[in-house]
Design a protein around this ligand. Structure first.
Ligand code: SF4
Ligand code: SF4
Length: 325
């Protein structure tokens, strides 16, 4: 796949998923209505489907009906929801985090802006894979960052409060600037969370806090068939040690290391950057759903020994006889 196309596809997937998250309550696809205390799913009220006056009927038939409805309408859907991330992890590792997670996309946006202003991703610490190069003219980026730091948390607060209060009610209160306690608390709470996580925590949240990420990480790590980004030992011979794959990794993974880092979110940015450096389809990394490596190109095998010793020094002696695991 063309490098830019991979990058473009990921950005498109992230934007589409953000739109889905923002529009789901507005279009009544999924939300809880605090007025009626009911769940709205695809425009319909999700109820347990219990017969009228079931509590007056003490027969076995009625009890079985209640138990069955609870199982089908309450327990099974919960099991299905809870199973989503383990199943995703088993099949695709943390692909969802890298390609769809709205928070991940937001953190990447602020990583980009902070790099333009400070030459590093973090506000306080410089990581080894930071470029150290900031924009020549930092002023527009500073203004843009300040603007987004105010607008995004507030907009997210309004949009996400719609998951608990009818979005029409929320927007009506915003337009008239008159808020009930619930709506005000929802907007402020979400806005503070988005502000702090985007400004300070960022991908540390993906690594150490997010339970969805943790489930995908554990199941992906244990699964023999989960999608992963593998480094091909045969192609490592052609590595120029440009370090592009490390610089581009917002999860601070060193993808050339022999042991797979469980923090990799399968975003594919290292694949794109390495293909750019070494030529289309000649890059070191590739997606794989097995632990097997691609067959090393013949002409590279001879050069491999010399190259590996060079990369080994660059990676602190940890490289690289076996990378596809
Ligand atoms: S693996 Fe590719 S991107 Fe990484 S240092 Fe080597 S040539 Fe550069
Ligand atoms: S190692 Fe590559 S695929 Fe994994 S998170 Fe880093 S850049 Fe993305």
């Amino acid at each position: 796949m063309n490098n830019n196309r991979l990058h473009l596809m990921r950005r498109t997937a992230q934007i589409l998923f953000i739109l889905i998250i923002l529009l789901a309550p507005v279009l009544d696809i999924f939300r809880f209505d605090s007025d009626t205390r009911s769940l709205i799913l695809f425009g319909a009220e999700w109820d347990l489907g219990l017969k009228q006056g079931f509590y007056l009927d003490h027969s076995i038939e009625s009890a079985s009906h209640v138990a069955w409805q609870f199982f089908v309408k309450a327990i099974l859907p919960w099991i299905a929801i809870l199973a989503v991330f383990p199943i995703l992890g088993t099949l695709t590792g943390r692909f969802f985090c890298g390609w769809f997670c709205p928070e991940g996309a937001l953190f990447e946006l602020f990583d980009f802006l902070t790099t333009k202003i400070l030459g590093r991703r973090g506000l306080f610490i410089r990581k080894p894979n930071d470029t150290g190069v900031h924009a020549h003219n930092r002023v527009p980026y500073i203004f843009l960052t300040l603007l987004l730091m105010i607008c995004i948390p507030l907009f997210a607060g309004v949009a996400l409060t719609g998951y608990f209060v009818n979005p029409r009610v929320v927007w009506d209160q915003v337009i008239h600037w008159e808020f009930t306690f619930g709506v005000k608390a929802g907007i402020i709470g979400v806005a503070i969370y988005i502000f702090i996580s985007s400004l300070i925590v960022r991908h540390a949240l993906c690594k150490y806090v997010c339970s969805a990420g943790l489930m995908q990480m554990l199941f992906g790590w244990a699964s023999p068939v989960s999608l992963r980004v593998n480094a091909d030992p045969g192609r490592l011979a052609a590595c120029t040690d440009c370090k592009g794959c490390e610089r581009v990794c917002f999860m601070n993974v060193k993808p050339r290391l022999p042991k797979k880092d469980i923090n990799c979110v399968n975003c594919g940015e290292c694949i794109a950057v390495c293909n750019k450096e070494l030529g289309e389809k000649r890059g070191v990394f590739h997606y794989s759903q097995s632990k097997l490596c691609a067959v090393p190109p013949k002409e590279l095998i001879d050069k491999r020994k010399h190259a590996l010793s060079h990369i080994k020094t660059s990676l602190g002696g940890k490289c690289c006889e076996k990378t596809c695991n």
